[in-house]
Write a new protein. Structure first.
Lengths: 147, 147
DNA sequence: TCAATATGTATCTTTTATCATTGCATATCA
DNA sequence: TGATATGCAATGATAAAAGATACATATTGA
């Protein structure tokens, strides 16, 4: 199955950012789940690292829910990516290749380095955008759509 | 399962590049499969687009096999990536999200644009390296490993 | 105080993308 | 013409991810 954690976490964070601008205190995992057409358990699983990293604040009990910990302009898409994907790299090579020649003895390391560079460049790109930026991009897209 | 087509195709191409410098006419899919600890069918499946794109030349029949079509310095890792991954994007979002608000109506397009930017930046990075560059990096790694 | 309802979390099942395997037609060469 | 390569289709196995279910725990308000 395709890993959709990042796009999903991003959508959740955008919903929280929108709620913030609309003056809504918090959203429940059920509300967030409805927005992504999924289930509350998946939402809560995704929230765990976001809460631990301090990007999101959670309140338990009746009338509980989650909200952004800070202003949307202080959170970058890179933050969200790093936190939700943890140590998972964008690329992983074949592992345990038998070492028989110049290529097979060194591709593993070579590819690892390459993958690191790719991760770095992607994070670079994501870190230049804040959640607030993304939200205003959504408004632009929405205006274009309306026409 | 993790998609290892690119790292695998890369290793195959590196083996072909090494064979080229060693004066070896061609390698069979069985030989390539041995190098990646896999099976000839998988190798041949990966070769199809590389052959169609003209990066690799294949000869059928007994004593057949494949070889690089051109010099390793003329082939970039970007070429290999584009050809083996086809239209598959690095990221795909959730699809068929119900349209209910500013976020849910526009994230799909927003994320698509973001994914396009990421693809572009990765291809940029890969296109700066040739197979010949990669082969000499392998030699450098090998020298470091020998110590 | 207690009923309602939220999060936190563990466990099991379902789904599905990917790779492995098998089989066979076709091509090529000694 | 037999040995051996590619080309290709079809089926099976594997594993990662998401869905589903269950329940303990926390909080609030009547």
């Amino acid at each position: 199955m395709i890993d959709v954690r990042f796009p999903t976490a991003l959508q959740m964070m955008l919903s929280l950012a929108l709620a913030q601008t609309a003056g809504v205190e918090r959203l429940s995992s059920a509300q967030l789940a409805e927005g992504i057409d999924s289930n509350p358990t998946f939402v809560r699983r995704l929230l765990v690292p976001l809460i631990q990293a301090g990007l999101v604040h959670s309140t338990m009990g009746r009338d509980g829910g989650v909200s952004l910990s800070t202003d949307a302009a202080m959170i970058t898409l890179g933050d969200i990516y790093k936190v939700t994907m943890g140590n998972k790299k964008l690329w992983t090579g074949r592992s345990d290749i038998p070492h028989r020649c110049l290529v097979s003895c060194n591709v593993e390391r070579f590819f690892g380095n390459l993958a690191d560079e790719v991760d770095e460049s992607v994070l670079d790109l994501l870190s230049k955008r804040t959640l607030a930026d993304a939200l205003s991009e959504l408004r632009t897209l929405d205006a274009a759509r309306a026409q």
